[in-house]
Design a protein around this ligand. Structure first.
Ligand SMILES: NC(=O)c1ccc[n+]([C@@H]2O[C@H](COP(=O)([O-])OP(=O)(O)OC[C@H]3O[C@@H](n4cnc5c(N)ncnc54)[C@H](OP(=O)(O)O)[C@@H]3O)[C@@H](O)[C@H]2O)c1
Length: 347
């Protein structure tokens, strides 16, 4: 770690933290939040190909003046907690090595999100730490807060499932979605959702001034949405789209309801579910969020329009895919796990 400048800490840190994969999009933002967090000390930020470079040269906006180092699993830095921002497959063995040292792990990959091993292997291939499979607590904070307190391994949700489940789950819990008529989620993401690594599909000429659907009927975030919404495969249709912008996810969700008399009754269901939730913002009926409302924040915003006569509801959920959809939620969970105020460094 470079001693280029001191981290702005408020007294003794609550935990010394490692961010693995800090050269990537989610890892860099996680390192930024940890660096500016008054109670977490950023002890190491790691990368293989960018080891030796300064993080504030890769991401000047984040102002994290530390040198990236390569993570050696045989010589893990002295930390109490780690955020692992690796691709799926690579994350699990690293998480296992960190856990073996007693380090609390908040993982950003899909490796510990799913509860069914067959479903995991169908979408992601062989698991990299089978002994740990199923031991992670799913880190959709608003739904699993109690299980997350004191968890040792936290599986931060995918970006699409975060917005989808925050929008859908209250309707399922209140039993007012007419599931027999299906729920449709039309999701759009900025290109940073695919990570920093170059690919043809996310190259400038493919993406700019363009708009395209992908992963139709076979997006790997669907099992995660089903697992946590309670919906069955035949009840839910999901289509992802690539927006020609860098950051943000907006999901438009079409639901037929039952027994809802007025728009305010639908709002009351959301308000009850998200009472006192600091990072979920609800809009008055008839108003829906846009991406600008949430980009570079850690909020998920939800709004809807509702037609009582036909019982049609169109719900719009928006978030920053790297914020509430990834690194922001990872730190939200780390705060919870470590007993710190849940929104510290996030508002
Ligand atoms: N992007 C999003 O919006 C988003 C949202 C939610 C969750 N996630 C999940 O978060 C994780 C990270 O995503 P990202 O978008 O930040 O990816 P990314 O930008 O591609 O960054 C990946 C990071 O991991 C390192 N890495 C890549 N392959 C590795 C390997 N085999 N072993 C060790 N390190 C490796 C990379 O650096 P080196 O190759 O130099 O080591 C880099 O630091 C993924 O699992 C992703 O699914 C992403």
């Amino acid at each position: 770690m470079s001693d280029l400048s001191a981290q702005p800490l408020d007294g003794d840190p609550a935990a010394r933290v490692l961010v693995a994969g800090a050269s990537g999009f989610t890892g860099a933002l996680a390192a930024q939040i940890v660096w500016h967090h008054p109670k977490l000390e950023l002890v190491a930020a790691t990368s293989r190909s960018d080891a030796g470079k300064r993080l504030d040269r890769l991401y000047p906006r984040y102002r994290v003046p530390v040198e990236l180092t390569e993570l050696d699993l045989d010589d893990i830095p002295d930390v109490e907690a780690a955020i692992v921002a690796y691709p799926h497959g690579a994350a699990a063995p690293t998480d296992a090595a960190l856990r073996a040292q007693g380090i609390v792990v908040v993982d950003l990959s899909a490796d510990f999100r799913l509860r069914d091993r067959d479903i995991y292997e169908r979408w992601y291939g062989a698991h990299g730490a089978p002994d740990l499979f199923g031991t992670g607590v799913y880190g959709l904070t608003e739904l699993y807060r109690e299980q997350l307190r004191g968890a040792q391994l936290c599986a931060t949700p995918g970006c699409y499932p975060t917005a989808a489940n925050l929008a859908i789950r209250p309707l399922i819990a209140a039993q007012i979605a007419d599931r027999s008529r299906g729920i449709v989620c039309d999701a759009k993401s900025g290109v940073s959702g695919a990570g920093r690594k170059a690919s043809l599909q996310t190259s400038f000429c493919e993406v700019t001034a363009n708009f395209s659907a992908y992963g139709l009927m076979e997006h790997r975030h669907v099992p995660e949405i089903l697992q946590n919404s309670g919906l069955g495969e035949r009840e839910f249709t999901f289509t992802a789209h690539l927006l020609p912008i860098d950051r943000g996810i907006l999901e438009t969700i079409y639901v037929r309801t039952q027994r809802v008399e007025r728009p305010l009754d639908l709002l009351a269901i959301y308000e009850e579910y998200y009472a006192d939730e600091p990072l979920v913002r609800l809009y008055a009926p008839g108003r829906v969020p846009d991406l600008r409302a949430v980009q570079r924040t850690n909020f998920c915003d939800i709004g809807f329009v509702f037609d009582p006569e036909s019982q049609r509801a169109v719900i719009v959920a928006a978030e920053d895919n790297l914020g509430k959809g990834a690194a922001g939620q990872a730190v939200q969970n780390m705060n919870l796990v470590l007993g710190l105020p849940e929104t510290q460094a996030l508002l």
